[in-house]
Design a protein. Structure first.
Length: 146
């Protein structure tokens, strides 16, 4: 991994996006408009707050910067963690289900402490019974509850 870092042209995702944006002559506002993203999101990427992008944001940014998805992925912070504690994941799922009607309930990532984005998928089993599946993803790192 150390050799790979020597081959990188930029030292971070923030630096990459900023330089590539300037190369094509766009302001942050111009890039946001071209990518159909909020200016706040472009700003947080360029300031280093967002270091891991969702697939949709990565695709929009790739198109707006006229670069490949792989190029953007090279500079994203690649969290190398293995969160395999099923007890904690089951506990998070239970909490999501218990608080499904509470709009003030907040859930936080067990890896980085950032806010989790939660939803409940409604599915039906073979006997047409409603089954609720809690889902969550971190707003900053790759952590997910599937």
């Amino acid at each position: 991994m150390h050799k790979e870092n020597k081959n990188l042209k930029y030292h971070s995702l923030a630096h990459f996006v900023s330089c590539e944006r300037e190369k094509i002559g766009l302001s942050q506002q111009g890039l946001a408009k071209k990518c159909n993203l909020d200016i706040e999101q472009i700003s947080s990427i360029e300031s280093g707050i967002e270091t891991f992008l969702s697939t949709t944001v990565r695709q929009k940014l790739s198109k707006g910067l006229k670069t490949s998805l792989e190029e953007i992925k090279r500079y994203e912070k690649n969290e190398d963690f293995h969160f395999s504690n099923n007890y904690d994941i089951e506990k998070i799922k239970e909490e999501i289900l218990l608080n499904q009607g509470n709009s003030k309930a907040a859930f936080f990532c067990p890896i980085c402490g950032s806010k989790l984005i939660v939803r409940i998928a409604k599915m039906y089993d073979l006997e047409d019974n409603l089954v609720l599946h809690p889902k969550a993803r971190c707003s900053k790192c790759p952590f997910q509850v599937q």
